[in-house]
Design a protein around this ligand. Structure first.
Ligand code: DQA
Length: 144
């Protein structure tokens, strides 16, 4: 089984970016943990990050050809991007939306997600473990 872990804008700054909200792990720390978890669960986890909406769409479209599913934190594009929503609908592999912070406990602008309705599931508020929970749930969905 192969899974894409995709991170959107500003998540490359994890570790130094508002650590009281997003935690002190770097993106590289999180990716290493997720690749290790994947090995335990017999899943190959491939990690990508981009600050650019179109590049995220390209990665999602490419994933159609090789991935069984995607765990995706679209960062700020969560709240704005109809193009990312359309890409998720188009690729027809299961996508789990994941957020480090509890977006519902934050500013109202973060309460809206353009992508939730086209994702299989969503995890928020568990820090880096949102990705772990998302991966475990995704694997169960793929195996169904
Ligand atoms: C985030 C929440 C978003 O509102 C924010 O723009 C991010 C990170 C999270 O993981 O909590 O960049 O997706």
């Amino acid at each position: 089984m192969k899974v894409l872990l995709l991170h959107g804008p500003n998540l490359n700054l994890l570790g130094t970016r508002e650590p009281e909200i997003y935690g002190s792990l770097t993106l590289d720390d999180i990716n290493k943990k997720m690749i290790a978890l994947g090995k335990e669960l017999n899943v190959e986890v491939t990690c990508e990050q981009s600050n650019h909406e179109g590049a995220l769409i390209d990665v999602l479209q490419d994933a159609r050809a090789w991935a069984d599913g995607v765990v995706f934190n679209p960062g700020g594009y969560t709240h704005t991007s109809i193009a990312l929503r359309d890409a998720i609908s188009a690729i027809q592999i299961p996508v789990i939306e994941a957020h480090l912070s509890n977006v519902y406990a934050r500013e109202e602008l973060r309460h809206v997600s353009m992508i939730s309705a086209v994702c299989k599931g969503k995890v928020v508020g568990f820090g880096w473990r949102s990705y772990e929970l998302g991966l475990r749930g995704l694997i169960d969905i793929i195996k169904l």
